[in-house]
Design a protein around this ligand. Sequence first.
Ligand SMILES: Cc1cc2nc3c(=O)[nH]c(=O)nc-3n(C[C@H](O)[C@H](O)[C@H](O)COP(=O)(O)OP(=O)(O)OC[C@H]3O[C@@H](n4cnc5c(N)ncnc54)[C@H](O)[C@@H]3O)c2cc1C
Length: 460
Amino acid sequence: MAEYDYDLFVIGAGSGGVRAARLAAMSGARVLAAEEHRVGGTCVIRGCVPKKFMVYASECAHNFQTADGYGWTVGETRFDWSRFIAEKDKEIARLSGIYVRNLHNAGAEVVHARARLLDAHTVEIEGRGQVTADKILVATGARPWMPKSLPGVEHAVTSNEAFHLPELPRRIVIAGGGYIALEFAGIFNGLGVETTLVHRGPNVLRGFDDDVRSHIAEEMEKRGIKVILGAQHEAIEKTGTGFLSRFTNGHHCESDVVLFALGREPYTEGLGLEAAGVKLAENGAVLVDDYSRTNVDNIWAVGDVTNRINLTPVAIREGHAFAETVFYDRPTTFDHEMVASAVFSQPPIGSVGLSEADARHKLGKVDVYLARFKPMKYALSNSAERSLVKLVVEAATDKVVGCHVIGPDAPEMIQTAAIAMKMGVTKAQWDSTCAVHPTLAEELVTLREKYVPQNLGQAA
Ligand SMILES: Cc1cc2nc3c(=O)[nH]c(=O)nc-3n(C[C@H](O)[C@H](O)[C@H](O)COP(=O)(O)OP(=O)(O)OC[C@H]3O[C@@H](n4cnc5c(N)ncnc54)[C@H](O)[C@@H]3O)c2cc1C
């Protein structure tokens, strides 16, 4: 048997790579993980975690506004961007340190450098030479996609830079209609930045339920975000006072920052996967089977680089399943069905299962239950915000196949709904669950009347 320097080499110490490296090392395997940026990956360093801190920071302004109805007189408020960024970075550094410590405690080695495959067992570590490993795990994640040929694209920043803008802009144009674009729109708008969101599609959040898509677009506009749909950037020009975004609909808009959140691409460029014979999809994603194994016997890939469901908990579970299978001899796959997700827009969204359109397409006849209402939280304020709860039920089986919520705490709610739905809950069982009062969540178990959209008969 060939003798290798390591049993496992993990490329990328983000959500998926860290979990896999840690578990594998705990089995007694000799593990080396390479990280070119900072341990923790996108989620901890420039994704979920700092994003959520920014959401919290920006929500304060909305809370000040609604406090009046509850008898508060809020004095002069002032937001200090530099102070906030410093506090956020302190916490991110602490979390990244915990990840490093956990790897070391498990017995894994970490090298802070870029790694590249030379063949299926040999890895070149930038500036440090080569090592060999019996098994390789590719966990390099994804990176923001940019329209490279767009005139003036060099003036735009991505989500990576948005976490470290030198100062809070006065005006921002955000391009994109996905969850990252919406979240940043909410963040900057909440912080008092004049915010314009431009998206080429007919509505934001492609892939989500249509009622959710139209409802959130309306709510964002109510909060003061200018939403431009059906248009995209044609060019960005630098002016004496900022950057001029020119759109395909003939309109233009000047801002201090242009943020492109147009999607993310698997980060496989320059990784040497061709040298190792690993097959990629057209979009660069590493092709894997249910066990996250590539077409090359000793190479696996997990997380965003495989472009399955690009969320932190999914990357972690895929990394976990890989380690269980390969290092504990317990073949494990991760089930990608019924994965709940949240959009930390303002108001936020929680969603699990099928949209109404997908359910109709896949399952045939479905029943829909929907309610829109003013959340109790704003009953004593002049906020015009409306919440939405929607259930999609397969008519033939009575199974709840889709649950979509917009409103305060929707992301917290959806986690629990996902448990029941993963277990195959029927609408009758769902309804037999007693409400928790007074909450927004109780609306979910009190939806009795089937909803029939005006342009859609029961037969649809
Ligand atoms: C702005 C933003 C907000 C997000 N919010 C959420 C959220 O709220 N909830 C959620 O579930 N998900 C969210 N995500 C998605 C989530 O961050 C990713 O799905 C998750 O981080 C994927 O984990 P991963 O292990 O596949 O990759 P990553 O966490 O991206 O880790 C990959 C690591 O590999 C390193 N690397 C790459 N190439 C090399 C190389 N050649 N050598 C060495 N190191 C390398 C990278 O530096 C990186 O640290 C968000 C993403 C973004 C960008």
